[in-house]
Design a protein around this ligand. Structure first.
Ligand SMILES: NC(=O)c1ccc[n+]([C@@H]2O[C@H](COP(=O)([O-])OP(=O)(O)OC[C@H]3O[C@@H](n4cnc5c(N)ncnc54)[C@H](OP(=O)(O)O)[C@@H]3O)[C@@H](O)[C@H]2O)c1
Length: 340
């Protein structure tokens, strides 16, 4: 019989979960069960071809599906998707997923977290970003239950470095050959995380339970302002990169996925919603404030070096490794599904 430990990965077909599934599979120490709404999707079938990876069909917002998914697993890596299920459901199912994991005797639970911006900004409502705070609240709560019975770790990411390819961080190519990032970011440093390193940190959390139990591992590859992103782009590509700061109001109406979109933009506009649902604009107003002002630049880079000595050292190295040229490439599954 195999002595591999079985890990349930929720969100495994997504941008963040895919490198986690790959790292666990490649290690040879773990087998992986991926929860997906569609076991026949391109991303799901590609994962199922990896060694020791199986799929289970179900939804994050179904307690029945969560019970089936958590049955018989040693560990779990859980990334809920606020852009589909919304802030309120993320909070409810974030708590239920933890409780159901405990019921099934899961031994190590890794929660894919984001900064609890509202708490870190001293409860200033102007920083209440629904999809970040939903995760942050769940993260605080599950750590508060302590480490006896089930070990719990938080993997706290900020914006993906890979978003420089997709969505709000893609610069616009200008006729004169330069690239412009026109957005409301102030001059704060943003802790960008390269998705390639998310798998390594997740594997470390599972491999080192005595160090990772109770740990909130805030990760980043580099903490950089948008002016620094533009300057690094120029250094790497030889092309002129510029950050142009614009007013939030001017930016948001141009950037939203569709007019008057909700924060959970990735499901149909006609989906029932109540007053707890933020609009996309409200959500990303707080998001740009929090990250753009540098409030998330709290990562302990020396600690990250100590647990992942071969990590991608900085933005420049990432741009070189990816042959970054400012042109868009698909990163988010939701965004690519939405465009289809
Ligand atoms: N973009 C960023 O920079 C960033 C940074 C940090 C954290 N995050 C957070 O990451 C989450 C999104 O994950 P991602 O970045 O990997 O996005 P993604 O590439 O768009 O993937 C979305 C994932 O969520 C899964 N999913 C969505 N609704 C589901 C449901 N009802 N039941 C089961 N699975 C469901 C999808 O699985 P199937 O389609 O296969 O069902 C897919 O695996 C969001 O909560 C976001 O706040 C994003």
């Amino acid at each position: 019989m195999s002595d591999q430990k079985l890990i349930l990965v929720i969100g495994g077909t997504g941008a963040q979960g895919t490198p986690v599934v790959k790292a666990l599979s490649e290690s040879g120490r773990y087998s992986v069960r991926v929860l997906t709404r569609n076991v026949a999707s391109e991303k799901a079938t590609a994962l199922a071809e990896l060694p020791n990876v199986t799929l289970i069909q179900g939804s994050q917002d179904s307690q029945k599906d969560l019970h089936a998914a958590f049955t018989g697993v040693y560990g779990a890596w859980v990334n809920l998707d606020g852009f589909t299920i919304g802030e309120k459901n993320e909070l409810f199912y974030g708590i239920r997923a933890y409780e159901i994991a405990r019921y099934h005797g899961v031994e190590h639970y890794v929660f894919a977290n984001i900064d609890y911006g509202l708490r870190k900004a001293d409860w200033d409502e102007r920083y209440h970003c629904g999809h970040c705070d939903a995760k942050g609240r769940v993260g605080d709560l599950i750590l508060s239950h302590g480490q006896s019975g089930m070990k719990t770790s938080l993997l706290t990411t900020g914006p993906y470095m890979d978003m420089l390819f997709d969505g709000m961080f893609v610069p616009k190519a200008q006729d004169d050959g330069s690239f412009v990032w026109e957005n409301p970011a102030a001059d704060g440093k943003i802790p960008l995380i390269a998705l390639d390193d998310v798998g390594v940190y997740s594997l470390w959390l599972f491999d080192h339970p005595s160090q990772s139990a109770g740990l909130n591992l805030e990760v980043a590859t580099d903490q950089v302002s948008f002016a620094e992103i533009a300057a690094t782009f120029t250094k790497v590509t030889g092309k002129k990169g510029v950050h142009k700061r614009v007013a939030l109001e001017d930016y948001l109406s141009k950037a939203e996925p569709y007019p008057d979109a909700y924060a959970n933009w990735a499901v149909k506009p006609t989906e029932p919603r109540d007053e707890s649902f933020m609009t996309w604009r409200e959500n990303f107003t707080a998001w740009w404030r929090y990250w753009g002002e540098g409030k998330g630049a709290t990562r302990d880079m020396a600690f990250l070096d100590s647990i992942h000595s071969t990590r991608i050292p900085n933005l420049e190295a990432w741009m070189r490794a990816k042959s970054y040229d400012g042109r868009p490439r698909s990163v988010l599954k939701d965004l690519s599904d939405f465009k289809k």
